[in-house]
Design a protein around this ligand. Structure first.
Ligand code: SUG
Length: 417
């Protein structure tokens, strides 16, 4: 297990990226509904983030977008992209798999009873456009993680909504050491749906053969969901010994903090008070959707969206924390505005898998040269812009399908066609 590192697998923004406004409870998605999107710029922003993280000395992987339009899904509904009602067509053209934090929940080998790294694909049943992701995600994860070191599980039954790693946090002394796993679920969210069901989280923990003594189920606060925190990773993020969260993230944080403190030496809770950063600022800036990472020198860094630099309460908090020698030692700002505009920050765009890179299908791992090649494919093939009323335009549909085929060819991934 000594070869275990954390690999961030980012979802490449697909060529059909658009602002159809499909996600109730996701304020950015509603705010930008109907706007023109820029898929090429969006994918290049994502690739630039991956490049910057590689330069920090972090391991980087990639997931590719699934076929869009989702013709098989439309066929199962008795229609086609040409004939579907516009709302249905928008679901079938969604590029929402870019938010890889929702692809699956991951428990690395040191945490599981059989010493395998377990991944359970999320059913994402709360939203129609997201509920159609899992079959392609399962196929892709079974390809990327086909070795014996992994166990890839199909989603839990749709009776219980599961949104994957966005509602899961892991704390550990080091990535390769046994950790504590925290599953955050929602019960109520006022006018907005609670998307993670406790029964789904419990099922994932059982499937992953986690030690009940080192597994905790934590309720997300209703106030946070109602304020637009449709996933826990909009108000909290954990890495290493650090749990970074907003004061209003959890329904009852005291027992959780005691539990973590009793099990993890030097556990650090970095809390942001409402008085310093109001919940609304935290959600608009996506402070907690930063990637909290351990750099090769062992220190913690925050890879934050530029919106944090541009929100004065947040910028003030970050600067004071770093100047005050807090647990997070530096911040790097990244521009992922195209993804942010429908509710996906730096952390939404990646799935963390702690494993030995030698066990992963190398086609899903990135280096500088591969990012160069991918950027060239995106430049050449991704649509420059998409207006929502053009989602059924046959020329756009053909363009989107050609773009994906070019990507798979460049990555030698035609087995995903
Ligand atoms: O599920 N947005 C996604 C954003 C997911 C963010 N992921 C994490 N927090 N981990 C969602 O709400 C927008 C679709 C649209 O606007 O058409 C969307 O699906």
């Amino acid at each position: 297990m000594s070869g275990i590192v954390e690999i961030n697998f980012d979802g490449l923004v697909g060529p059909s990226h658009n602002y159809a406004g499909l996600s109730l409870g996701n304020l950015a998605s509603a705010r930008n509904a109907g706007e023109v999107s820029y898929p090429r710029a969006a994918a290049l922003q994502g690739l630039a983030k991956m490049r910057a993280n590689l330069a920090l000395g972090l391991a980087q992987g990639l997931f590719v977008p699934p076929p869009r339009p989702a013709r098989a899904w439309l066929a199962a509904l008795g229609t086609t992209i040409e004939r579907a009602e516009p709302a249905l067509a928008a679901n079938a053209m969604s590029a929402s798999t870019m938010w890889a934090a929702n692809a699956a929940t991951v428990s690395p080998a040191p945490d599981t009873a059989n010493g395998k790294c377990h991944l359970t694909v999320a059913n994402l049943k709360s939203m129609p456009h997201r509920s159609l992701e899992w079959p392609d995600t399962l196929k892709q994860l079974r390809l990327a993680f086909s070795r014996d070191a992994f166990a890839v599980h199909a989603p839990v039954p749709p009776a219980f909504g599961d949104e994957g790693a966005a509602n899961h946090m892991r704390l550990a002394g080091a990535h390769g050491e046994p950790g504590l796993e925290l599953f955050v679920y929602g019960i109520a969210g006022g006018a907005f749906p609670a998307r993670q069901h406790l029964q789904a989280s419990k099922a994932v923990a059982r499937l992953h053969r986690l030690d009940p003594e080192r597994t905790l189920f934590v309720e997300q606060s209703e106030e946070a969901i109602a304020a637009g925190a449709f996933h826990n990773d909009v108000v909290a993020v954990a890495n290493g010994r650090v749990l970074f969260a907003h004061e209003k993230a959890f329904a009852d944080k005291a027992p959780m903090l005691d539990w973590c403190g009793a099990r993890l030496p030097d556990f650090a809770f970095v809390e942001v008070a409402e008085a310093e950063v109001p919940l609304a600022d935290a959600i608009r800036s996506y402070l907690f959707n930063s990637q909290l990472v351990t750099l090769p020198d062992g220190t913690s860094a925050l890879v934050a969206p530029t919106e944090c630099r541009d929100t004065s309460s947040v910028k003030t908090w970050i600067d004071a924390h770093i100047a005050g020698n807090g647990a997070i030692r530096q911040v790097r700002y990244v521009d992922v505005r195209q993804s942010m505009a429908n509710g996906g920050g730096p952390a939404c765009l990646r799935l963390r898998v702690q494993c030995d890179p030698a066990d992963v299908d190398p086609r899903f791992l990135l280096d500088e040269a591969k990012i160069d090649a991918l950027s060239a494919v995106v430049e050449a093939h991704w649509p420059g812009e998409i207006a929502v009323d053009a989602l059924q335009d046959p020329a756009l549909v053909a363009h989107v399908e050609r773009a994906r085929a070019a990507l798979l060819e460049a990555l030698d991934l035609s087995d995903l066609l």
